[in-house]
Design a protein around this ligand. Structure first.
Ligand code: SF4
Length: 182
């Protein structure tokens, strides 16, 4: 697919490239599938929760690439069905689906603008999430390259800093996540 350009409020653009595992197309309808080999991460991505507070932008981005392609080529802009397919016993063969349209595009724009604002403000908080005894790690750290560098008390550090003014861009992304503060 062609790269996706997300326009920012100040006129700059963020260009994102990638590969989609699978795209099904039939009579102008599209379905995007992203295969996951790991455990079901219970991602709940929709426009209403700002794509899980910016943690689940992948499907929205894939759908955007298809919608932009159809728009560029002068065809009607489709609503796209997109799903994560946890296709192993580890993931219990679960599917988590979203339907991506104008509201999803708007949510993606808002998330990217929020992340851009945070990066430009130097907002890089450690956000480990909940400690999971079963896995012996924090929910956000298992696959992070910095797991061996971040301190053992990273959750306490986050709690101590979570109200800081400098973390406002991050908190704005979490504003629609009731009960989901890391
Ligand atoms: S290891 Fe550190 S940087 Fe990585 S997710 Fe955990 S807290 Fe964040």
């Amino acid at each position: 697919m062609a790269p996706v350009t997300i326009s920012l409020p100040d006129g700059r653009g963020v260009v994102l490239r990638g590969f989609i595992d699978r795209v099904d197309r039939a009579e102008g309808a599209f379905r995007v599938i992203d295969y996951k080999s790991g455990r079901d991460s219970k991602l709940d991505a929709c426009a209403a929760n700002l794509l899980d507070g910016g943690r689940a932008v992948q499907l929205a981005l894939y759908a955007r690439a298809i919608r932009d392609q159809e728009r560029t080529e002068g065809r009607p802009v489709p609503v796209v069905s997109a799903l994560y397919w946890f296709c192993t016993t580890r993931g219990n063969f679960r599917q988590r689906q979203m339907v991506a349209g104008d509201d999803t595009d708007a949510a993606l724009d808002a998330v990217v603008a929020g992340i851009d604002a945070g990066v430009r403000a130097g907002c890089f908080p450690q956000v480990p999430g909940v400690y999971q005894d079963f896995f012996g790690s924090w929910e956000n750290c298992s696959f992070c390259d910095y797991d061996g560098l971040c301190p053992a008390g990273r959750d306490s550090l986050y709690e101590a800093k979570s109200g800081d003014r400098e973390l406002a861009p991050y908190r704005a992304l979490q504003a629609d996540q009731p009960g989901d503060e890391p």
